[in-house]
Design a binder for this molecule. Structure first.
Ligand code: FAD
Length: 449
C-alpha cells in the first residue's frame, strides 16, 4: 500500500554559469544505467539515478553466489557509494511504476511506500528484463529463476537444504528425489549452475555428511534446442558438453518441460515420449521477458514491442517521437543485438553522450547518431579449469578459456575490493575445494517478509 505522502524532485534545477543544468533521470543502475550515469557524471548535468535495489549487481557471477562460492557483497556495489564524489548525481532507491512522457515525469515508490515524482529533460530507461516462464508463471513457485540477489540466495538455500533433507532420510529411495537437481535451460546460466552443483557435490561436501554420499547427486540439464550453449560455435559447444559429461552432468537436449510441481517435472523428449522426473530441486535458467515498464513506454509512445515485450527503439536508441527518451540495455530491442552486458554498457554510453551534446561537452555526440555495437565476444564458465571464450576468430576452451574468463570477469567486476575479494575466494576454493558462503535467509523469514 502506498502512503499519501509524495516527494516532488522536479524543482530547483542547479545552474552552471547562467545556464540551468539539464536534468537527466536514469531508471536502473545495472550495466546500462551505470555506464550512462558514469558518462553523465563527467558533464554539467543534474543526474537522478533511480534503482529499486540501490546497488549495481554483476549478474554474470550470480550463479557463484547461488553455489556458495562468492558472497552477494562481492558481486554488487552500492550506487550511492559509487557516486559519492559526484554531487550532481543523486542515487535514490525507488521502484518506477509509471512514466508520463507528455509531462516528462517519472513516478516511483520509495521503500517506505511513499510516492516519488521526478521531472526530467532527458530520460534513460535501463530497467533490464525479468525471468520468463513462457506463459507458465505458476512454475516460478517451484523453480526459481536467477535475476537478482534474492533469487541467488533462494537457489543457494534450495541446493544446500536438499543435501540436508537427504541426510535426514533413512532409505536411498527416499533420498533420491532430494539428490536429483533438474535445471531447465542449457544456456550459459544453466551450464554454469549445473557444473557448480556437481563440483560442490564431488569436492566441497565430500567429507561433511555422515549418512549420504553427496557425490551421488544427479544433475539433469534440459534444453529444448539441439545443443547446450547454442549462442557459441558448434566446436565450443561440443567441448563444453564433453566437460559437462565428464563432470557427471546429464544433458538432455530437444527436451521440453511440460509440467512442473514441487515433487518434480514432466519432460517430453525428441521422440515425443513424456517421462516423469522426481526432483525436489528444479531451477529455471531459460528465457527472459520485458517487465511491465516496457508496456508503459510502448503504449505512451506507440513504439512496437518485440515478441518478448522488449521495446523496439529507433537507431539512436530513442523512442519514436520522443528524442528526449532513450531505452537502453536488455530492455531495448534493436537489430537482434544480444542481451549481454557489453551491449548494455555501450548503449548506456551512447545515450549519455547524446545528452552530453546538449551541454557542449567534448564527449558529446549529435542527437540522432545511430548506435553501432562493437562485438567484443562472449565467455562462459563450464567447470573448474574449463571455460569458453569466443571473440571474433578467437576461440578458446579448456584451461586457456578458463584463464581468459577469470581475467575478463575480474576486469569487469565493479570496485577493487570486490575484485580482490572474488580472487581470494576463487583461489581458496581452488586450493581447498571449500565454499564458505553458505548462509541464507530461512523459509520462515522469507515468508514473513
Ligand atoms: C544469471 C545471469 C548471468 C549472465 N551472464 C552474463 C555473462 O556471462 N556475460 C554477459 O555479457 N551477460 C550476462 N548476462 C546478461 C547481462 O547481465 C545483462 O545483459 C545485463 O545485466 C543487462 O544490463 P541492463 O542494465 O540492461 O539490465 P540490468 O543489469 O538487469 O539492470 C537493471 C536495473 O534496473 C533496476 N530496475 C528494474 N526495474 C526497475 C524499476 N521498475 N524501477 C527502478 N529500478 C528498476 C534493477 O534493480 C537493476 O539494477 C547474465 C544475466 C544473468 C541474469
Amino acid at each position: 500500500m502506498t502512503s499519501a505522502r509524495s516527494t516532488d524532485r522536479t524543482a530547483a534545477t542547479p545552474t552552471v554559469g547562467t545556464r540551468p543544468m539539464p536534468r537527466a533521470v536514469i531508471v536502473g543502475g545495472g550495466f546500462a544505467g551505470l555506464s550512462a550515469a558514469r558518462r553523465l557524471a563527467r558533464g554539467p548535468v543534474q543526474v537522478t539515478l533511480l534503482d529499486r535495489t540501490g546497488v549495481h549487481l554483476f549478474q554474470p557471477l550470480l550463479y557463484q553466489v547461488a553455489a556458495g562460492l562468492l558472497s552477494e557483497g562481492q558481486i554488487s556495489a552500492p550506487l550511492r557509494h559509487l557516486f559519492r564524489r559526484h554531487p550532481h548525481v543523486d542515487c535514490l532507491v525507488a521502484d518506477v511504476h509509471d512514466i508520463d512522457l507528455d509531462r516528462r515525469l517519472v513516478h516511483a515508490h520509495r521503500p517506505d511506500g511513499s510516492d516519488l515524482q521526478v521531472g526530467y529533460d532527458h530520460l534513460i530507461v535501463a530497467a533490464g528484463v525479468q525471468q520468463s516462464y513462457f506463459g507458465h508463471d505458476e512454475y516460478a513457485r517451484y523453480a526459481p529463476g536467477m535475476k537478482s540477489i534474492d533469487d541467488a540466495l533462494v537457489i543457494r538455500r534450495r541446493i544446500y537444504q536438499a543435501f540436508e533433507a537427504a541426510e535426514a532420510l533413512p532409505t536411498a529411495e527416499q533420498r533420491r528425489p532430494w539428490l536429483t537437481f533438474a535445471l531447465v535451460g542449457a544456456g550459459p546460466t544453466g551450464v554454469e549452475l549445473a557444473g557448480q552443483i556437481r563440483e560442490l557435490a564431488t569436492r566441497t561436501l565430500t567429507e561433511e555428511f555422515r549418512t549420504i554420499d553427496p557425490a551421488e547427486a544427479t544433475v539433469l540439464l534440459f534444453d529444448g534446442g539441439d545443443r547446450a550453449l547454442a549462442s557459441f560455435s558448434q566446436g565450443l559447444s561440443a567441448a563444453a558438453t564433453r566437460t559437462l559429461r565428464r563432470l557427471g552432468v546429464e544433458l538432455h537436449t530437444r527436451s521440453r518441460v511440460t509440467s512442473l510441481d514441487e515433487h518434480g517435472l514432466d519432460v517430453t523428449g525428441h521422440d515425443g515420449a513424456t517421462r516423469r522426473v522426481d526432483a525436489r530441486t528444479v531451477l529455471w535458467t531459460a528465457g527472459v521477458a520485458a517487465p511491465p515498464l516496457a508496456g508503459v513506454l510502448a503504449r505512451a509512445s506507440g513504439a512496437p514491442q518485440a515478441h518478448d515485450g522488449r521495446v523496439e527503439v529507433r537507431p539512436d536508441l530513442t523512442l519514436p517521437g520522443h528524442p528526449d527518451v532513450f531505452v537502453v540495455g536488455d530492455l531495448m530491442s534493436l537489430d537482434h543485438l544480444p542481451g549481454v552486458a557489453e551491449t548494455a554498457m555501450q548503449a548506456g554510453r551512447h545515450a549519455a553522450r547524446q545528452v552530453l551534446h546538449t551541454v557542449g561537452h567534448p564527449d558529446g555526440i549529435a542527437p540522432g547518431t545511430p548506435f553501432r555495437y562493437r562485438d567484443v565476444g562472449s565467455a562462459a564458465y563450464v567447470s573448474r579449469g574449463h571455460a569458453l571464450l569466443e571473440a571474433g576468430p578467437l576461440r578458446l576452451s579448456g584451461t586457456a578459456g578458463w584463464l581468459a574468463w577469470g581475467l575478463i570477469h575480474l576486469a569487469f567486476l565493479t570496485g577493487y575490493r570486490n575484485r580482490a575479494a572474488a580472487l581470494t575466494s576463487w583461489l581458496t576454493t581452488l586450493a581447498a575445494g571449500n565454499r564458505r558462503e553458505r548462509a541464507f535467509p530461512t523459509v520462515a523469514r522469507a515468508a514473513h517478509e
